[in-house]
Design a protein around this ligand. Sequence first.
Ligand SMILES: [Zn+2]
Length: 304
Amino acid sequence: MWQKTLAQPLHFEGIGLHGGKPVKVVIYPAPANQGLRFVRADLPGKPQIKAHYTRVTDTTRATTLAQGEATITTVEHFLAALGGLGVDNALIAVEGPEMPIMDGSAAPLTRLLAETGLRTLPWPRAYFLIQRAVELREGDRWMRVSPGEPRITYSIDFPHPLIRTQKFTVALRAESFRGEIAPARTFGFLQEVEYLQSRGLALGGSLDNAVVLDDNRVLNPEGFRFPEECVRHKILDAVGDLALLGLPLLGRVEVALGSHAFHLRFLEHLVGQEKAWRVWVPSPRDKEKPHSWFQSFLWEPAAA
Ligand SMILES: [Zn+2]
């Protein structure tokens, strides 16, 4: 129930997916109520960009945030790692316009955050508490939140013999995120990768940072990390997009055939339904309430 930040600054480096060049990143601890912010450390005046759904300017191949002239792209897996582990406040300083792709999953950052450790701040965490169900449908694609224990169910349907329909449910808790969602890599199809690279995009893309499928097999020699790695990665993406709400969501989330753009349209729709949610700060008195999941969820031990 207390806000968290990093115990100390975390330094690392990786390749940007689209530019194909090394990018340096430092994640600094931040005070309570600052939220997650990116800093373009390479630009004059080091402009900051708040990680908020209202700052999203593009979701075509990666999520891009902008504030003023400054932009930062490929933020989704970082936000998933920070949001998934319950980091409320951090300043993410990046020396370039693109976050490194790492291995295409959130596992490397999750491991680095575990080594760095988290620190509890002397300020209670506010939650985005769902009080009534809200749904958004666009053809076969839909997303819904409803009151209850925080968890997410996702389903996908791809016309590929190794994917087809996959469905997965997981609790929205740090330990479940770390073990079941963070290692799931992004996936793509060979034809798409060839097309992007012919147009000078995805230059850093390789079998080291994505699962690549041709018409009927996985090209990566190690294969999938989980039989349903693709749907687990869609959950990872959704956890990153939910972090753009700015407060941890307390409710059940269900998504079918989603995308970054659709998750974000849903967030706007949800925030507009003012009777469906409220900002809730638990007090120590709530500890006595007979909600079994409240007890374990709100007072679970620190994530890392
Ligand atoms: Zn992704």
